[in-house]
Write a protein that binds this ligand. Sequence first.
Ligand SMILES: Cc1ncc(C[n+]2csc(CCOP(=O)(O)OP(=O)(O)O)c2C)c(N)n1
Ligand SMILES: [Mg+2]
Length: 327
Amino acid sequence: MAKTARPNTPSKELLEKLFTTAFRIRNFESEGIKLYRQGLVRGYFHPYLGQEGIATGACAALEDRDYIASTHRGHGHCIAQGAEVGGMVAELLQKETGYCKGYGGSMHIADISRNNLGANGIVGASTPLGVGAAMASQVRGSDAVTVAFSTDGASNNGTFLESLNLAAIWNLNFILIVENNQYAVSTKLEEATRETELYKRGEAIGVESHRIDGNDPLLVYETVADAVKKCRAGLGPILIEAVTFRHSGHHVNDPGKYMPEEKLAYYKERDPVDRARDNFISMGKAAASEVEAIEADIKAEFEAAVDAAKVAGEVTVEDFQEFVADY
Ligand SMILES: Cc1ncc(C[n+]2csc(CCOP(=O)(O)OP(=O)(O)O)c2C)c(N)n1
Ligand SMILES: [Mg+2]
């Protein structure tokens, strides 16, 4: 079950990183939604608001050689893995300077240069994709670890267990993080399964599994750091169920009326971004001026990204044909 012990005193550097990443994701999502409302973003947009602690903590525990595979709610994973906000905003605005030259949009941002295998629209796909990457690392003789971010909805999907089982029998360096936000669109988890403690799915097939508070970025970091160490020592794979809740509906056009107000209030009181900020101030002894400067820089970074994307070139069908031919 949940781990609460704090193995080491976190460094100020780590606390700053966690706060900076969590705030950058929060700002990207809040401001991105405004761009969507202005009609500048086409397609879907699934906000990661409320879940920032998971991507933030997990990716902070990884080294450059490690991989991630993401979901349809992927902006946070991408940012936490170090992506350029400029390329992400340009992708949302379908500009040629975007990560996928504007052809992918919100649900397909991949950043191969940082070993981010990308977001995708197929619920549950991150698990087999991640297991494939972990297998490739093993074949190459690398100790790289792959983290697949997955979801409560995907946990009832066949590939979830099939892939995790393969990772287990092959002893892959694979960490499956199940972001249990308790809903798949408007379907409550307890309507989708009898067993709502999802870490037990891993235990059932002999995989070390944990259930933690996903709204605590430091706890996520510590749990994933420990899992990474175990994987590199040949003790993988490991499943981590991170319990959380979205702050909004399934996507930007879903008002989320089915989400109980009391529950939303409960999770908002345990806001992961506020927790990262509080930790930075209390444990990291950060001054208010340091926090304000970080927030101002991140806001300015996003605004500059929007300005640049607005004047960047639009993609064309001819470019698309050439782009596809290149690959
Ligand atoms: C294989 C597959 N089935 C169905 C869908 C339609 N769909 C899109 S999102 C979603 C629910 C997602 O819920 P969950 O997996 O818990 O992720 P969350 O949105 O909560 O992050 C569904 C069913 C899909 N994209 N892919
Ligand atoms: Mg869900």
